[in-house]
Design a protein around this ligand. Structure first.
Ligand code: IFM
Length: 460
């Protein structure tokens, strides 16, 4: 290890990887699972860029044992996965599907057998289609239905599970799925978008209370938000204000309610007509105390003033110069900036990085190895920035790499590979990538050498 470049993480640091049900499980119509909005969306021609679906995905439903063995081989001490609501309640409410619940029972047992702590997320976008048919997240009834589902799962698993995440990235689900129409359920309805935001947040608070009421051991409940620094394209007022507005809708619209029991005032003034109209008590429920904040960080956003874009008058630009992945600018300093800001503005007592990763067009080399050094560099740089924040007393207690295995990347289908484990979709054979081997070493050392990410000939 290079002298003076080793970054040691605090004792007990959580080293994990994350996945989501629709992206890896497959078995879309097995053992009584009901259809979800993502089944409907992906089966609609033209919605997914390679025409694929999550019908089979990484076949994790059948291969979870093998996947848990791979996790153990890497040395993960935690695994974040999501529970498919339509496996547990095929129509969203009423009858529990025992076979669906039993799958998560078996998964949790398999993880614990290998000393891997389970971190289930209750909603990672695969809403039962039957609930969408009655208005989905735009219908307030869904809040209590989600709390009932949370309670059912907690009753079943809480003797072995104590860390819970209610929602994954409500910003992405509401904005991409209900305003831009590029994710399920494919709506382009501003009113429904803001009702969805409010109901996702309210259901988070209700679910947190329901889990605490049902749990057999003291639960730690959090929410995972997709968060990012937002920068002006140029050093001028118009762009700074555009960045402020985007920050309001993407970051503060979720952080302010959860930590301050209110929606951001500037966004309230700007979007008065479509803003949520909370009922008495809603905001207090949303701000129910959290065990931790889950942070998903991938990139920053650079915004310029754009009068043609309704209603924010802001559009995203791609500055020339920085490096880009298949999807986003690679900007590790944003991790540090974001963590410092969260600590200063919201003071969450505990933060877990619940996702961070990069798509790389990986393939197997002649010797069967997958040399994804670009991923190693990305993770190394982000961990270094995380470490900087920890040194300044930001309470980051864990890191989950996105993703454990390659998987179905929503509207990009299988064209993006985020895993530390390569999946050959024709055979479902798994291969641990170089990043997985490197991460195993990071976990063993509880830290990393900031100067190293691959063999000497590889520029990193
Ligand atoms: O694959 C997604 C995940 O489902 C949510 N966070 C971002 C990832 C990469 O786009």
């Amino acid at each position: 290890m290079g002298e003076g470049t080793f970054r040691r993480f605090p004792d007990g640091f959580v080293w994990g990887a994350a996945t989501a049900s629709y992206q890896i499980e497959g078995a879309w119509d097995e053992d009584g699972r009901g259809p979800s909005v993502w089944d409907t969306f992906a089966h609609t021609p033209g919605k997914i860029c390679d025409g694929s679906t999550g019908d089979v995905a990484a076949d994790h439903y059948h291969r979870y044992h093998e996947d848990v063995d791979i996790m153990a081989g890497i040395g993960l001490n935690a695994y974040r996965f999501s529970i498919a609501w339509p496996r547990v309640f095929p129509t969203g409410t009423d009858e529990v599907n025992e076979a669906g619940l039993a799958f998560y029972d078996r998964l949790v047992d398999a993880l614990l057998e290998k000393n891997i702590t389970p971190y289930p997320t209750l909603f990672h976008w695969d809403l039962p289609q039957a609930l969408q048919n009655s208005g989905g997240w735009a219908n307030r009834d869904i809040c209590s239905q989600f709390a009932d589902y949370a309670s059912t799962v907690a009753e079943r698993l809480s003797d072995r599970v104590s860390h819970w995440i209610t929602h994954n990235e409500p910003a992405v689900h509401s904005l991409l799925g209900h305003f831009m129409g590029i994710h399920a359920p494919g709506l382009t309805d501003p009113m429904a978008t803001f009702q969805t935001i409010h109901h996702l947040l309210l259901s988070h608070g209700l679910a947190a209370q329901a889990i605490r009421a049902a749990a057999k051991t003291l639960p730690e409940v959090g929410i995972t938000l997709s968060l990012a620094p937002v920068h002006p394209a140029e050093d001028r007022d118009a762009d700074r204000e555009a960045a402020q507005r985007f920050d309001g809708v993407f970051n503060r619209m979720f952080l302010d309610p959860v930590f301050k029991a209110r929606y951001p005032e500037d966004i309230g003034e700007l979007l008065e007509v479509i803003m949520p109209k909370p009922e008495p008590g809603d905001m207090e429920t949303i701000a129910t105390p959290l065990g931790f904040l889950g942070v998903n960080y991938y990139t920053r956003h650079v915004m310029k003033h754009d009068p043609d874009v309704f209603p924010l008058q802001a559009s995203e630009v791609r500055p020339e110069g920085p490096e880009y992945s298949g999807m986003w600018e690679i900007y590790p300093p944003g991790m540090y900036e974001l963590l410092m800001r969260l600590d200063a503005d919201y003071a969450p007592g505990k933060i877990l990085i619940t996702e961070n990763g990069i798509p790389v067009p990986d393939g197997k080399d002649f010797d069967g190895r997958v040399r994804d050094y670009r991923r190693i560099r990305y993770v190394r740089d982000n961990l270094e920035q995380t470490h900087r924040a920890i040194e300044e007393d930001v309470p980051v207690e864990g890191y989950f790499h996105w993703s454990m295995t390659d998987n179905f990347e929503w509207a990009f289908g299988y064209t993006m590979r985020f895993g530390m484990v390569y999946v050959d979709y024709a055979t479902q054979e798994r291969t641990v990538k170089e990043s997985g081997r490197w991460y195993a070493q990071v976990i063993r050392d509880n830290g990393l050498d900031a100067g190293v990410c691959g063999p000497p000939f590889f520029p990193c």
